[in-house]
Design a protein around this ligand. Sequence first.
Ligand code: NAD
Length: 542
Amino acid sequence: MSNAFYTIPEPVNEPVKFYAKGSLERKLLFEAYDEMYKRKIDVPMYINGVTIFTENRKEIRPPHDFKHVVGSYAIANSTHVEKAITTCLEAKLSWEQMPWQDRAAIFLKAAALIAGPYRYKINAATMIGQSKNAYQAEIDSACELIDFFNFNAKFLEEIYSSQPVSSKGIWNRTEYRPLEGFVYAITPFNFTAIAGNLPVAPVLMGNVCVWKPSESQMYSAKIIMDVLIEAGLPSGVINMVSGDPAMISNTVLKHKEFSGLHFTGSTKVFKTLWKQIALNLDQYINYPKIVGETGGKDFVWVHPSANIAQVGTALIRGAFEYQGQKCSAVSRAYIPKLMWNELKSFLNTELKTIKVGSPRESDNYINAVIHEASFDKLVDTIEFVKQSDDASIEFGGEYDKSVGYFVNPTIFVTTNPHFKTMEKELFGPILTIYLYEDADWEQTLTLVDTTSEYALTGAIFAKERAVISKATTLLRHSAGNFYINDKPTGAVVGQQPFGGARGSGTNDKAGSIYNLLRWVSPRTIKENFVPPTNYKYPFLEN
Ligand code: NAD
């Protein structure tokens, strides 16, 4: 027990390294990449602090060079998953009783390890395994993950210090207990930072966790576990299992002590899991907490008063960075007809300079999409548009999977605001533009609001303040992260808490106090210093 009220160091967003030509950081990053590219790694499962190397394994291949094998990862059977759950539950008591400052210190240390000795390793793993260029890996697996750990520790302090008032002779307290049982974290392929944050956020609040990373993020998942172990995380607090998602989830979700799901991924998978939890409800000790951040069909709406170069730049960065595989990526845009010719020529000039290829060559702005299934889906969409009367390919449309899963940045223009690619999430470097009559800008806002099932991110571009004000009001429920004259991607922890509603999730804002509050079950404690000794109230006197 400590005899002091400690405070967590004030978090500051991790400065981004730019990997400019000739810089030491570029040299060190590519040295790490080359060394890791040659080596073969075996990603184990981590159960009770023990690394489990199964015979049943799957290969890890870089999406930009899929004939090359960089290693393999373990495939679980149901016994592994059951062991992961039992182990969690055994580790639970000592973990939740550890003083909070010691718990927090583990993740502050993990942040410092990623900022220092692990930075190039975790970035290189993200580049190799998920095909991110140096900058995209840096803002994700280094900066955002560091920020999640540092800021969440500060939010923990804020939550714990929030206490009720007390009246005379009474002391009221709130204790922020972790949930009973264990939390299950399921993470997507596209952000190493999300993969690290989803198991860690509940664990920071004193919970224990079974973590199932995406099959397409296994290389950097291993580095996350290595960092956490080096930072002093006790055995069994986070147990990482990998393999068949349906089998793992079926085993976890039928356990009576399952108490929370921390999910990020597609809307379809999240809905399946929610239904499965509902069917198992009678078996659980508690009502499980369900937190899910899911798909998006993120928009840019442009008013005739907007600046064309600003709009064009936001479209290119917002739609195509990391091959459009960000849940926040722009995938539909509404452009006034009279602006189109000039904007088109701006886009044309810029897009011609974009190079597509391996993240090992630093001049490639666009790298490969994550796997063959994604590549095939995107190609089918491009071929569908070629045959369509409602839409045409304005830029790009080329693809090649001879070496890696490469799809060039592609823009469709449609005359139908409900065209398939205006409504459906594609998760690739494809943007669809609808041109509207300039005078109809206000009606177009209603169209933006009612077109898709999602409400994750969106941006408006306008100079006129009255327009900005009207659009901000009309689009109140269209996006959980709303941007004015900025691209709708690149949310920064602590600055723009991230998440959306409708089909995009439960909007619990990853990396914020709102999210951490989902992982506690407060206990109210009232203590009466001098309790009454007679039941009779004054009103009873005749
Ligand atoms: P995905 O839904 O295919 O996979 C996500 C996770 O769910 C993976 O770990 C996967 O193995 C697991 N999974 C798949 N099928 C499952 C099943 N039947 N039972 C249990 N688990 C299962 O998503 P993805 O391709 O990894 O990521 C892309 C999706 O994630 C996009 O829809 C994107 O918009 C979304 N996303 C959302 C956010 C956000 O904050 N809103 C952030 C990142 C990604």
